[in-house]
Design a protein around this ligand. Structure first.
Ligand code: CAA
Ligand code: NAP
Length: 247
């Protein structure tokens, strides 16, 4: 297997950790990008080391801020080398029924979950095309595919992620660079644990498998899309949701 260099945003969150671990397990060098205000970076690195992952390369950057991302990717390239695999994973929720949603909650979610894809991908996609190989994997959501009451901001951003994926896939298809999205259902991370208990119970009851996804079940799908043999897969959205929704 060729060792590749992967950059994962939101790396120290629930899904990000599983994605980093899965890519490292199959032999890639992983740059773990985290928010500059995240104050548990050293603890996270120690936990990873204890779990057998001692080579993650941490870099800080706010994915919603272009200048911050430019500096972050430059640091990643300097520490690890040119980025071959980009996983756009960082994201937030600011759930509110639309009638009560403030412009601030709209902007925060659009900037962090969608404009971030412009900011980060812009730093690496042309260079991947020049080298003739690349994998861009964008984490969308079931709620970008089906829509979710209380998430007009998030559903719009995550649907935008899928549109971005399909457009960029066409632009890069002849250059050896694939662009795909994953639309996870509800996964057991702090994002989902923040949902009100009664609402979350209703959600789990509605999942045919009657459970949340484990983060590693999404990490495994990232590794699949990053594989050499996924070279003919582009513009796709992989739905991983325990049977909750099909397109
Ligand atoms: N469809 C239509 N109407 C709904 C609804 C639904 N699914 N859920 C609630 N409503 C209605 C209620 O009946 C209520 O109507 P009335 O005012 O007429 O009585 C109104 O909306 C307000 O409902 P709540 O009492 O629930 O309002 P709230 O302000 O307490 O909470 C909320 C609003 C925070 C959005 C809450 O409903 C909620 O958390 N919903 C879940 C949203 C969700 O699924 N978020 C996913 C987060 S995790 C994630 O995003 C990861 C991922 O990608 C999967
Ligand atoms: P999480 O545990 O909250 O992780 C999100 C990560 O993104 C955190 O590390 C967070 O850092 C980081 N982040 C947020 N804003 C950032 C910014 N501006 N710049 C840099 N990093 C930022 O949530 P998760 O469940 O792992 O979510 C990961 C991705 O999966 C998100 O895009 C989410 O929308 C998507 N998703 C999740 C689910 C689910 O059910 N959990 C389902 C479908 C899709 P801080 O902690 O420091 O803020």
């Amino acid at each position: 297997m060729t060792q590749r260099i992967a950059l994962v945003t939101g790396a120290m969150g629930g899904l990000g950790t599983a994605i980093c671990q899965e890519l490292a397990r199959i032999g890639h060098k992983v740059v773990a990008a985290y928010h500059p205000e995240f104050d548990k970076k050293d603890e996270w690195l120690q936990e990873q080391e204890a779990a057998g992952f001692k080579d993650f390369i941490p870099v800080a950057g706010d994915v919603a801020d272009l200048a911050s991302v430019q500096a972050m990717v430059a640091e990643a390239e300097q520490k690890a080398g040119p980025i071959d695999i980009l996983v756009n994973n960082a994201g937030i929720t600011r759930d509110k029924m639309f009638a009560k949603m403030e412009r601030e909650q709209w902007d925060a979610v659009i900037n962090t979950n969608l404009t971030s894809l412009f900011n980060v991908t812009k730093q690496v996609s042309a260079k991947m095309a020049e080298r003739g190989w690349g994998r861009i994997i964008n984490i969308s959501s079931i709620n970008g595919v089906k829509g979710q009451a209380g998430q007009a901001n998030y559903s719009a951003a995550k649907a935008g992620v899928i549109g971005f994926t399909k457009a960029l896939a066409q632009e890069l298809a002849a250059k050896g660079v694939t662009v795909n999205a994953i639309a996870p259902g509800y996964v057991a991370t702090k994002m989902v644990m923040a949902i009100r208990e009664d609402v979350l119970k209703g959600i789990v009851d509605s999942v045919p498998m009657k459970r949340l996804a484990k983060p590693e079940e999404i990490g495994y799908a990232v590794a699949f899309l990053a594989n050499e043999l996924s070279g003919f897969t582009t513009g796709a959205t992989l739905n991983i949701n325990g049977g909750l929704y099909y397109q």
